[in-house]
Design a protein around this ligand. Structure first.
Ligand code: DX5
Ligand code: ZN
Length: 224
């Protein structure tokens, strides 16, 4: 198993105190910050943009993992990279030219990742694996925090892990496997055993409403 990363989704944080929330959750043992961008077009919800990323950037040196649930994608990529994104992921369905968008992210200075919705086939990754540093598998339909993990995604995690391992053996290029949606302390072990190494958790962590609570959940997740 690769080194694991726990990436709290600030979608469930207190938006009125976002900088402090970022600082607190990293101080409580989280590895990355997961930043959900929704446009009320690709997904039926509206969240935060590059100016919010720029505002929270000074609060942590941890990687910020920008999950774009927007359509079109390309015009926002340089803006998020400039605002301080370390990773930028987008949905296969949201870009007309997936290969071009991946290259644009790389050229902008961020690490590119591709997101597959629960019903999006693994075959979408064919021919672009060499341009991807992370595969994000949605385990809920994108748009909202606090939804239930879709168990059928476990099989897909296994398939994608095998694909990433084979790619690594052939090329030496490592690809992270991230899972997003409904990740809790009681299912994270199973998700890890299926092959994920990067775990997004929103409501499970920020639902606790205190630094001590964040630490308890993050420690329990790591132990599991
Ligand atoms: C869903 C978002 C997720 C969400 C996860 O569209 O991409 O990152 O915040 O929240 P939980 O962990 O509550 O399912
Ligand atoms: Zn997300």
């Amino acid at each position: 198993m690769q080194d694991i990363r726990i990436a709290p989704s600030i979608l469930s944080a207190d938006f009125a105190r976002l900088g402090e929330e970022v600082r607190d959750v990293i101080a409580s043992g989280a590895d990355w910050i997961h930043f959900d961008v929704m446009d009320n077009h690709y997904v039926p919800n509206l969240t935060i943009g590059p100016c919010v990323l720029k505002a929270i950037r000074p609060y942590t040196e941890a990687d910020i993992d920008v999950h774009l649930m927007v359509e079109p994608v390309d015009s926002l990529v340089p803006e998020f990279a400039k605002a301080g994104a370390d990773w930028i992921t987008f949905h296969v369905e949201a870009s007309r030219h997936v290969d071009r968008t991946l290259q644009l992210i790389r050229d902008s200075g961020a690490k590119p990742g591709l997101v597959l919705n629960p019903a999006t086939p693994v075959e979408s990754l064919n021919y672009v694996l060499d341009k991807i540093d992370m595969i994000l598998l949605m385990s809920v339909n994108p748009g909202f925090g606090g939804q239930k993990f879709i168990p059928g995604v476990l099989r897909k995690i296994r398939e994608v892990r095998a694909l990433a391992d084979r790619h690594f053996e052939e090329t030496g290029h490592a690809i992270r496997v991230e899972v997003d949606g409904g990740v809790k302390t009681d299912n994270i072990g199973e998700i890890a055993r299926a092959g994920a190494d990067t775990f997004v958790a929103g409501s499970a962590i920020f639902g606790r409403k205190s630094k001590e609570g964040y630490r308890e959940v993050i420690e329990a997740m790591r132990a599991a």
